[in-house]
Design a protein around this ligand. Sequence first.
Ligand SMILES: [Zn+2]
Length: 72
Amino acid sequence: MASIKNPNNCSNCGSSNFDFVSPSTGTSYVLTTVDQTKNPPAFNPTSGLPVAVFGCLDCGVLTFHVESLRRS
Ligand SMILES: [Zn+2]
């Protein structure tokens, strides 16, 4: 199975000022979940989906890549 290609251009505006966003700490960003039935909403500490984040310096749109989402 081929790996996901890293994007070279922004999918929103087409700018090439688009690159991988390195986390300031740790090794990856994670999308997590919250329980909104609680006030304030409670983070679910055991949920998390590691994502590679790419960002556009011109329009600010972020793109997430998640290798585990792909069908085998
Ligand atoms: Zn853009």
